[in-house]
Write a protein that binds this ligand. Sequence first.
Ligand code: ATP
Ligand code: MG
Length: 589
Amino acid sequence: MTTTNELPEKNDFIRAIIRDDLQSGKHESVLTRFPPEPNGYLHIGHVKSICLNFGVAGEFGGACNLRFDDTNPTAEKQDYVDSIKEDVKWLGFDWAGDVRYASSYFDQLHAWAVQLIKQGDAYVDLQSIDEIRANRGSFTEVGKPSPQRDESIEVNLARFDDMKNGKYPDGGAVLRAKIDMAHPNMNMRDPVIYRVMHAHHHQTGDDWCIYPMYDFAHPLSDALEGITHSLCTLEFEDHRPFYDWVIEKVGFDNPPHQYEFSRLNIDHTLTSKRKLKRLVDMGVVSGWDDPRMPTVAGMRRRGYTPEGLRDFCERVGITKSDGVVDHRMLEFSVRKSLEDTTARGMAVLRPLKVTITNFDEAVAKFDELKNPKTVADFDGEVLWLTQPKHPSLEMGERRIPFTKTIYIDQTDFEVVPPAGYKRLSPENPEIRLRNSYVLKVNEHKLDDAGQVVELIATIDENTLGNNPEGRKVKGVIHWVSASHGVDAVMRLYEHLLLEDDEISDASLHEKEIIDADTDADTLWIKQHLNPNSLTICQAVVEPDLAKAAAGERFQFERESYFIADAIEHNADLPVFNQIVGLKDSFKPE
Ligand code: ATP
Ligand code: MG
C-alpha cells in the first residue's frame, strides 16, 4: 500500500480548541459526554460522535460520560438503553463511572425551573400548542406575546405546581423561558422548557407528569456533570444561544461550552433513528440488527469490525462543512481491518459439479511426489490436504478433503467465454485448483435448457504443489469436495436503499404505493428500496468452515469476507453473511 493508507493526523478544530484550553489553563482536564436519546438503536452517525467524544477524552487524558437524554418517555424504551450501552462497549469505549440519565436530574431540573420563575425568567403559558406555534412569528415577523407572559411570579409558581401535580391535561400548559418574542433567532422566542405529559417513564416510572424539554435539560445536565466541551452536530448551532442563556441564568462558575461539527452522511445510507425505526416497523428488514441496517447492531451482525468503524471515523475527520461520504470509504476501512485477521477458506456459492475420472490412479501416486510444500494423506477415498488457515499469519492448519467429485463455481466455466475471460472454457480447458492439482476439463454436459450441469475432467498427477511440465497453466480457482463439503446458506448484500438517480420515474409515480395512509417517510422508503439488497445462495463449504463459531470471520477465497451469523449459524446448517467484497473500488485521498 502507498502512503495514502496512512491516517490523517488528528488536527481538527475541536482538538485544537481542547489543546488550547488545556495549555492556557482554562480547563485542567477534559470531560466530554455522549448523550443519546434512547429512542432507537445507534447508527453509523452516532459512531462518529462516539469516536469523537470518547476519542478526545482518551487522547487528552480526560473522561467521557455516557448520558441518556431521556426527556421524552413516549418514544423511549429500556431495550434501547441496553442496546446503546452494548454498542458503545463493543466499539471499544468505556464511560466514566456509572451510566447517567438526564432523568436522574429531574428533581434538580425542576428546582432550577422554579428558580427561573422566581427570577422572572420563566412563565406558565396556557395557550394551546398550535397557538404557541402560530404566535412565534417567523423570520420576517416578530412573535406575539402570550396573554400569560406578564403574570406575577406567584401565579406562575402556583400554575407550575399545578402542572407538576397533574392538574393540567397533556398540552394544557407549558413552562416557557421569558427571553424575547422579537429575537432574530427563533429559538430565543420564549422557548418551551417544560411540558405536561402523563406518561410512564422507563427510569422514573410514574413519578412525573411534566418533563423538561431537551433544550433545557441538556445544557443543565452538562453543567451539572462538569462537562468541559459539549460536542454536538451543526443543527444545534442555533440552539447555542439558549444553551448559554440557561446556564447563565441558573448560574454556574465554570460553564460548559458547546461546539458543533458536521453530521455524518453517507450515500445509500439512512442516518436517522426515526427513519430506521420505520424500516423495522414496515418489516422491510428483519429487525434493528438486520445485517443491511447501518445500525451498530446491524453492522456488527454483518461482520463489520470495531477497528474498521473507528478507522473510518478517523478518515472522515471532524469539520464544520456538510457533505456526503462515499460508502466505499466505510467498506475500505472494514476490509483493511479484515485483511490480517481472518482465516482463509473455500466456499462455492454457485456449485457446478466436476467429476474427476482419473482421480483414483492419480491420487494413489501422490506420495511418490517429492514436494515438501504439500502435506497430504490418502485414506483410500479422500486425499486430505493440510493447509495453513492463513498464508502468512500463525492461525493454525485446516484439513481440506479432495475427492473424485468436487464443486467449482458456475462462473468459472464458460462454453462461450466473453473477451478477456481467463478461467475455464473449451478453448482453455486447464486451470489450477487452489491448494491442489491442475485440472483439465474434457467434456461439459448440458441440460435441456442449455445450462452446463457437469464437467468431466482429469487431473495431472504430477502437479500437486508442482508446476505442470512443458506448458504454462494460468489461473487458480477454488473448489469444495462434493461428498465431504457441507451445504451452507450464504447471504449476499447490496444497499438497502437506492439513490434518487437510481430509481425510475415510474416508481416515483406508481399509484399503488401512494395509497391514502402512506405518509412521506413510508412512501420515500418504498420508492427507494433496492429489490436486490439480499441474495441467498445455497452454497457448499469446506467441512472445517461448518465448525466455525457464530461470529467468526473468514475470507472465502475469490469471493468475499464472510461472518458466521451470530444467531442463525450452526454446524448442521452453516449461515454466513457477506461482510464486504475482496477488492477495493475506492482509494482514499
Ligand atoms: P437521530 O436523528 O438519528 O435520532 P439524533 O441526533 O436525534 O439522531 P441523539 O440520540 O440525540 O440522536 O444523538 C446522540 C448524539 O449523536 C448527538 O450528540 C448527535 O449530535 C450525534 N449524532 C447523531 N447523528 C449523527 C450523525 N449523523 N453524525 C454525527 N453525529 C451524530
Ligand atoms: Mg434526537
